[in-house]
Ligand binder design. Structure first.
Ligand code: B3K
Ligand code: ZN
Length: 864
């Protein structure tokens, strides 16, 4: 069997909906297998066109217009659409449908997780709840009434603020919710069940009181405290930074174990994957605390960028996602360390988005067409989308950017908007024509910028020749030049900057907006040649190519005044050295380089979070992008050789740092997390030493670790060191945490992330492996296929097979999950011949096997 390739939806086909639906009442009678949904909507024609509603998997019981039941001949149901040919210009439509939440394993629409009801409607889940024009530009005021068995579902939640509630006969009860803000259906939410609640409140800058609640599993309320602190910090930050206050009297977050992604920004009722809500020092790592803070922020910030101003259609997804990622990155930078945040964001961008941009799934931030909307929630839309906003701030300056944001909030509040609308605000604010900048949204691929320097000693003039080129991507052979704002500085080599004509304190922004541009930099007579610092703070999402050898890069690293670029110089050095070690397998790592890397760590020890990042070598996924054909196993072993030498050079420091006690009492603060990050880095390097002594040191540190950050770091470092210490650690960890699914997810992930294909298969057959839970599936399949490339792409093809098997099983239950896992094959064309042939065979087998529309969309594009 072969499922048809999805028909593509095209941006150019957009037409506005012919009707407005000012208000809607939804009446839910909750039952696990047969929930009744009665919908009453007030419809008004605003332009010519048919009356069509979306609906998927619904059993229609009744349908009437203005109280008169329709006959079967009055409407048509086909291809998940209900069409009523003949409707008055103004009317009330009532429908009554039955749905089966318990059978909903796709986790889209209304479903059941741990015996409780919850919903996920973005992008097209609402049509699995009732008939509705399920598109973001149809906004309506929602009134919701829920009734359910009182003992099983004592808490009934929806968007907005609570209204009437009370008991009903037969042990049932009801609750009503009103959302005064018109919203698209993708922001609808409903949760019902028994929860414990962590409550608090917030007073907005306008003096309005907001009740806050975080709803979690029974007995887990105190693990919601950090999420609540993060929520209050987000509310305050959006007021201070963007002047945006919250707009309802209630804000609730509900944590669910079964969830397809991180969280969802439903109006007034955010629903979260419990991994991004629940945290305690013993069970959560600093990375977990940080992710909770950032995701709680992200979803909260959507209230303005996404909810009050939403997207006209799904092609505009980056309008809310790119912008909101930018906002959450800024939030984290303000709360923690800006340079450290920037480095982490760029690591993520390079690992995920640059890889996507360089493979068969490459697409523009705003594509012209898509096959399956669920597959558009990509690193390109999110991460590159955020980078473009950041590049815009560099291009027009912070003042014009902030002014433009205020124009956007004022002029587009309550609307469903486009990228053009958004950019018109910055054109107004800056007086600049941004049409060329918008090309960034239409072209896929990562631009490559080449920088050539020429120094004229006699004239004290530095000539920079900058050029750009964007490689071809699927269906886009030729690219036009885009404006690339490059922050630059002239370094004096003594920790300072050199003055030059037209530069301020030795700094400027060079906008490369042509294929090639020459910039003359005039220094005062007799100046020594300065060193050029370029793309500071990673001001543009490009690859920079410079003609710098090892000595040149080391000199530049020593002279740099931008922490991001210091880190990046060492990344470039490490990358080049790994490639050399791959090409010269007999040659040892370069001592001078290794000691320079170690010195950099020591020099920055007073900023431990930054020092920790200096110990991270580019991972195989990133190295992979620069080698074709790529040999992941070879890259992995070259990387390990360099890492071992690095660890040996830092041996004394490792002991010294780990001998100091871990900070107590535990606080998830940035300061303590920084200290633990460096300790974690030292634990990682201990593992890289690979000796039996290292294993026993790790085991004793593991036994005495007082927090999850260090305990997990030890376990991770022990996994590649076969022996008793490792086996005991795996067992002890499991025994201690077997009742905490979030920690057991980590237990699966550290093993799959470093094991062989056999390990991944064994883990997928473990009794705790659960195909219906996305976190658990990802803890094996994504950890293996996305972070363990040497094993996943092993030439014998076993890694590909184990993942293909999991994907095929997952796809039957949850197409969105399967499609996401399939993206791990996106680099297959770059692989060395054996792995490449195996990947191709596996993808073709999957294509023939009969996959869901979502999965087929990825396979087809990957093979294309
Ligand atoms: N908007 C949701 C993502 C929905 C994904 C739908 N396939 C979470 C977020 O980005 O904030
Ligand atoms: Zn988002």
């Amino acid at each position: 069997m072969r499922t048809e390739t999805p028909v593509s939806v095209k941006l150019e086909d957009y037409t506005p909906y012919p009707f407005e639906i000012d208000s809607v009442s939804l009446d839910f009678s909750l039952e696990l297998e047969a929930t009744r949904v009665r919908t009453k909507m007030s419809v008004r024609r605003v332009r010519p066109g048919e009356f069509v509603l979306d609906g998927e998997g619904l059993t229609l019981n009744d349908i009437s217009i203005d109280g008169s039941p329709l006959q079967v001949s009055d409407y048509k149901i086909a291809d998940n659409k209900l069409t009523i040919a003949d409707v008055p210009d103004t009317f009330t439509l009532e429908t009554d449908v039955t749905i089966n939440p318990k059978a909903n394993t796709a986790l889209s629409g209304l479903y059941v997780s741990a015996g409780r009801f919850c919903s996920q409607c973005e992008a097209t889940g609402f049509r699995r709840i009732t008939y509705w024009p399920d598109r973001p530009d149809v906004m309506s005021r929602f009134h919701v009434r829920i009734d359910a068995d009182k003992a099983t579902y004592p808490i009934l939640l929806s968007n907005g603020t609570p209204g009437k509630a009370g008991d009903l006969p037969g042990g049932r009860h009801f609750a009503e919710w009103d959302d005064p803000h018109p919203k698209p259906s993708y922001l609808f939410a409903l949760c019902a069940g028994d929860y414990d609640v962590w409550r608090d409140s917030f007073t907005t800058m306008n003096g309005d009181h907001v009740d806050l609640g975080v709803y979690v599993d029974k007995g887990q309320a105190d693990r919601a405290e950090w999420a609540m602190e993060s929520l209050k910090a987000s509310m305050k930050w959006d007021e201070e930074r963007f002047g945006r206050a919250y707009d309802l009297g209630v804000f609730n977050i509900v944590a669910v174990r079964d969830f397809n992604f991180g969280a969802m920004e439903n109006k007034g009722l955010n629903i979260f994957n419990s991994a991004y809500v629940l945290a305690s020092p013993d069970s959560a790592t600093d990375a977990d605390f940080e992710a909770i803070e950032s995701i709680v922020g992200h979803e909260y910030f959507h209230n303005w960028t996404g909810n009050r101003i939403t997207c006209r259609d799904w092609f505009q997804l980056c309008l809310k996602e790119g912008l909101t990622v930018f906002r959450d990155q800024e939030f984290s930078s303000d709360l923690r360390s800006r340079p450290v945040q920037r480095i982490k964001d760029v690591m993520r961008l390079r690992a995920r988005q640059f890889a996507e941009d360089g493979g068969p799934l490459a697409h523009p931030v705003r594509p012209q067409a898509y096959g399956s909307i669920d597959n558009l929630y990509t690193a390109t839309v999110y991460e590159k989308g955020a980078e473009l906003i950041r590049a815009l701030t560099v291009l027009i300056g912070d003042d014009a950017f902030n002014k433009g944001m205020q124009i956007y909030f004022d002029e587009y509040d309550g609307t469903a908007s486009t990228i053009e609308d958004f950019y018109s605000c910055f054109e107004k604010a800056s007086g600049k024509d941004l049409s060329q900048f918008r090309l960034w949204y239409a072209q896929a691929g990562t631009p490559e910028v080449t920088v050539v320097e020429e120094w004229d000693e006699a004239k004290s003039e530095l000539t920079l020749t900058l050029s750009q080129k964007t490689p071809p991507t699927p269906k886009q052979d030729k690219k036009k030049p885009v404006p690339i704002p490059l922050r630059a500085a002239l370094l004096d080599g003594k920790g300072g900057h050199v003055e030059a004509e037209g530069w301020q304190d030795g700094e400027t922004v060079i906008v490369l907006d042509k294929a090639e541009k020459t910039v003359k930099v005039n220094l005062s007579k007799g100046s020594a040649r300065p060193l050029l610092s370029i793309n500071r703070e990673f001001s543009a999402p490009v690859r920079v190519r410079r003609d710098l050898d090892k000595a040149g890069l080391l000199k530049l690293a020593a002279a740099e005044t931008d922490p991001f670029n210091i880190w990046d110089c060492f990344q470039s050095l490490a990358k080049t050295e790994i490639f050399r070690l791959l090409d010269e397998p007999q040659s040892p790592p370069d001592d001078a380089l290794v000691s320079a890397m170690a010195d950099a760590v020591r020099l920055n020890e007073s900023d431990p979070a930054f020092a920790a990042l200096l110990t991270v070598l580019p991972d195989v996924g990133e190295l992979f992008q620069d080698r074709e054909p790529a040999d992941p196993a070879g890259l992995d072993s070259a990387r390990k050789r360099l890492r071992k030498a690095f660890a040996e050079a830092l041996a004394g420091d490792i002991t010294r740092i780990l001998e100091q006690p871990s900070p107590t009492p535990f606080k998830p603060s940035a300061e303590q997390a920084g200290t633990r990050a460096l300790r974690g880095a030292m634990i990682g390097l201990t593992g890289a030493l690979g000796t039996p002594e290292a294993a026993s040191q790790l085991k004793s540190h593991f036994d005495s670790a007082s927090n999850m950050t260090e305990s997990l770091a030890c376990l991770r470092s022990l996994i590649p060191l076969p022996g008793k210490a490792r086996d005991e650690a795996i067992e002890t960890f499991y025994a201690r945490w077997k009742d905490n699914p979030l920690v057991i997810d980590k237990w699966f992930a550290v093993q799959a992330g470093q094991g062989t294909a056999e390990d991944a298969r064994r883990l997928s057959e473990h009794p705790d492996f659960d195909m219906s839970n996305p976190n658990r599936v990802r803890s094996v399949a994504a950890a293996f296929s996305m972070t363990n490339l040497a094993a996943f792409h092993a030439p014998d093809g076993k890694g590909h097979e184990v993942i293909a098997d999991i994907i095929q099983r997952a796809d039957k239950l949850n197409p969105a999950l399967a499609a996401r896992l399939l993206t791990s094959f996106e680099q297959w064309k770059k692989l060395e011949p054996k792995a490449r042939a195996s990947a191709k065979t596996v993808l073709e087998r999957l294509q023939e096997a009969g996959l869901s529309k979502n999965a087929m969309d990825i396979v087809t594009r990957a093979l294309d």
